[in-house]
Ligand binder design. Sequence first.
Ligand code: ATP
Ligand code: MG
Length: 592
Amino acid sequence: MNKLPTYLGQITSVSGASIFVELTPQVMSGLLVIEGKTHRIGQVGSFVRIPQGYNNLFGIISETSEHTDIKDSTNKKSTSRLIKVELVGEAIGSDFERGISQFPSISEEVHLVTEEDLKNIYGTQNDGQIIIGKLSSSDSINVSIDLDNLVNKHSAILGSTGSGKSTSVASLLRAIVTSHTQNILMPSARIVLFDLHGEYSSALSDIANVFSINAEKGTKELYIPYWCVAPESLIDFLCGNNADLKNKFMDLIVQEKLEFANKNQNLNLDSNKITPYTPIPFSLKKIWYDLYHFDTVNWNEKAMETPAYKDGGKGDIDKLIAPSFRPPETKNDGFTKKGGDNKWKKNLDTMRSRLLDNQYTFFLNPGAWTPNSDYKVTKDLQHLIKSWIGSDKPITILDLSGMPSDRLDLLLGSMLDILFESAIWSKNLDVGMKKNPLLLVMEEAHRYLSTDNSGLSKSMVRRIAKEGRKFGVGSMLISQRPSEIDETILSQCGTLFSLRISNATDRSRVKSAMSDSLSGIVDSLPILRTGEAIVTGEAAKLPMRFKFRIPQKGQFPNSHDPKVSENWSSDRTDHNFEDLVKSWRLQDTTKH
Ligand SMILES: Nc1ncnc2c1ncn2[C@@H]1O[C@H](COP(=O)(O)OP(=O)(O)OP(=O)(O)O)[C@@H](O)[C@H]1O
Ligand SMILES: [Mg+2]
């Protein structure tokens, strides 16, 4: 019987989802010409088809090997080529599905997958499929992923430094919200990107609002009001870990929040439900003053009714001047009773210097979100949430590059907290994320999600990874050190995009995180080209090796490799480092 031109060989063994195929001698040259197109045979990562009557099984080649047998009688050598194939899916008619319903048997035929077949697998443009690039093995075939699964089941983009992660993320986000002609396809998308190095505004400014601490032209001022932050973390940051002080601090927070509710009756706040965690504005300066007062006070009388201020020693809340008291005395001509224990001075001095530190203005003195002495704010929490996820553009970039890096965990964690709590409390509302889901894209995830980290960011990401789907919040983690990311978090990422990974430890982590058993493909991770990736998991119909769409000119992130040889070989100029020092002192990397 004449075999079809796509015939590759027959199955010699089946073991679970792996099958071994002996290639027919006709394809020993390694090339097969079908319909005028040359196909390479037995390439790791390429597909094969196993016809099963009306159905077809599909698999990916994961290994190839050659065997030489010496036949005893004739002493002739015979060489056979074997390929190992991992079964990945099944097409019933032209509908391709992941997973297989039946196993193939020994001796069944295995065929090359032609472009026509591939188009069948990838080409069907269902709703919710986003074209993100082209198949590596065939430039004419688009690769698409399922947006619902990508967002709902979380994802990670992994790759060594310089492998093209940031560029790919920019390309991916653009592919999600715009069509190939740059028309906005998803005007209601809610994507928040935490940009640790300020790379993305150059890539996405036409479709994104950018918030930054050092707002320049075209970007908006980023504020993270301290009163939306988990109070324990805030207190630790302000005055260190002191259990006594923390209790008093918490009491004062509640007291201030109650006063706010009282002064803003129009908000209809229920005082019985106010806890330190309720996101209600309070004044940190007032609390600092009250704590200082409590800790150092002396009284004019035994009944402790009037504080024994020194002359002019009442202090000033707004200017952060502490009250000062006359020392205790019991002489005949005077009386001052000792009040406070004087044990928090150091902590409160730290708190004061934090409040005065310009680096933290965006956090501790958050513009229109700072309550005045009348307990009024110009802008409330809803304005903040609206600016982040309810603005006119589908993407919001929160540029954290100007933030003190040692506080990254607290600040990022706080923003995640605000967004996740918003999702929880809007579960049944029209504005909620269940109705209009939110995707959180987090760069440099290894910095705050490492195994030994126990900060706020990590606990928030863990929560989002576990519960996000129920509230319409999805996450996308980006990292160059997958081996340093907490395993539980990585294992919750349903879709993995792996770009080039050279480090063996990182590679083995990625291998174990990939749900499909595709060791052969994972072994090709170190040889991927820049911008090329393997995608596996929920959002991908099949595991595939592909190239992300290259952004158009002017739409690259600001992360170009420095041109060493070009710049070093140019004429030496006399550099003036004044601007450098100015930037450093102003903590501002924009050009002056
Ligand atoms: N698809 C691509 N084609 C060509 N060049 C690319 C592609 N993707 C990225 N590059 C280039 O490779 C370099 C590194 O890219 P990128 O900054 O995206 O890497 P990265 O993985 O984010 O690195 P890091 O881990 O250091 O942040 C840049 O100069 C970028 O312009
Ligand atoms: Mg990057």
